[in-house]
Design a protein. Sequence first.
Lengths: 342, 293
Amino acid sequence: MKHKTFFWFFLPTGLAMFMFIALPIVSVVIQSVYAPHEAVIIEVENCGPFGCTTETTIDQEATAAVREAQPLGRFVGLDIYLDRAHLAVGEISEAWATASSMGEFWDVLFNLPFYRALAFTLTYTFICTPALIALGLAIALAVNSLHRHFKGLAIFFSLLPMIVTPLIGSLILFWMIDSRGILGNFISYLADDPDLSLKASTPLMWISLIVYGIWSSAPFAFVVFYAGLQTLPSDQIEAAQIDGASRWEQVRYVVIPHLMPLVTFVALIQIMDNFKVLEPIIGFQASAHATSLSWIIVNDLGGETRQLSAAATTSVLTILGVAILLSPVLVRTWRDFKSGAH
Amino acid sequence: MASKAQRMPAGLRLASSAFIIFWLIIAAFPFFWTFWGSFKVELDFFSIADWTNALVGRSTQATHGSPFTAAGYEGAWVQNEFWRNVINTFVVCVFVVTTSLTIGTLGGYALSRSGFRYVIWLLIIALIFRALPQVTLVAGYMLPFFEWNVWGILPTAIIVLVAMNQPFTLWMLHSFFQNIPKELDESAKVDGCTQFQAFRHVIIPVMWPGVITTGMFSFLLAYNDFIVTSLLLSESNRTMIPEIAAFLGTTQTEGNVMFAVAAVVSATAPLFVLVMFFQRQIVSGLTAGAVKG
């Protein structure tokens, strides 16, 4: 295909991605170094029968005029990055200097909004991903051994948690594990504690969010691994059997190595997706116990006061986080590409 | 068919079946429970006193004279005018799917037929774009959209969803087009077709399986989206999912949780039907990316 033909074919999709993915990244970077204008303050002298007093008031007109003239705000450099709501450099160095023990320092750190969210986001990502891969593999192996009449039905029901809208899925689970719901009731009956409530306990809330994450994403791992099992060469399994491998050894040394590229693929996709976790926190109304980076951005953007600069700064930090998570993959792709070219 | 040596011992077969049944209950039970409960009153849906109330609906019987009631659905659809949000969702989905398939097919076809080096780079860039959390992009749109006065309307959300959908669409269609032999359009070009004519008359007739699968995923993305529609649409233009999120805020205080339950069941029903008819496409689409690497 000629360059010119390629260009015209690719133009619409390229333009869409450039306008609405590439430019917004530039836009968040720019917004993150500007803060909203402060109100213009004027001093007014009021003279009455008892002498003169000066009052400071907000000049609404002038403020509006400045905001109109420079909608981006005033340039503040990296100030927003370093403030309390983001990297909180000042607070951390102070805590480092004054904290008497490591525990006290961690307490301060996890009370800062950004680090609190980062801690949950990373915990969620790195517990959910391996767990859902293991569960998905187990389901794939079990479904693969089913009679073929049941396979279709099993796949249909297994797909549901993944296909359903994340917010809806988390609401459905939340209503069940709510202290008044059937599962919540059952758990408090098991624990023999009638006051046990998810909404009141941070560890329980984290566990239920992670359970939701595994429940909703295991089907994806299952479907991919199940497809991989269909391409498993039967002669390898037979050879292993002749060599006297037990069933577990066959899985361990033949099936899992065969599926390894797919495991990498699923892990990559799931790390990317779990890092964006947002809907379950909203569905479970969990923000008092667990927040994520995406949740902070949505919280800043929505509501009455749209804190665009704060949201933009968190966005840039989130993009950096994704870049760090993805860098091993990108380096490997680049190496493969290099070695393939020579 | 599995050979005799491959047949499982009875104990393992039992354990494996038990595990499958356990998983299927975990996967499907919440949906049936919520569906069943959506025809009850709140006291039965959240039955603290006796969990069997949720099954037989004693409070529902007492209030409405029958163990089933459509009061939740009436409240959501008539009183809170949920049908407006359903129409908005329908409009958004139709336009997102058609637009993103049209421009995605052209782009994916070009990527699969061009052997130049920039193709791999474009695909890597698309992969990076796919990895970016959508909410970070939305933070970038807010200010310009306010400035241009296009915030809050459906076309804006549609265009944004189409663009966000492109990286995935391109990857998927690229791998589908790779499976269509190059000789097909090469020979059409030898016969004097331009590249576009070859695409129009030779490729389009054979590309439908891949396009339908990709379209399914575009639909799911538009239908399931929460971030873009909740942050970029004004209250009157909301689609279903942000409306349900909004229900949560208002209904909890008014004691109308059942409205939200009914809305949730209504929004899940189309997805059920979709999985029922397009199960094969969903499975093949999910695995296409994986098998290609």
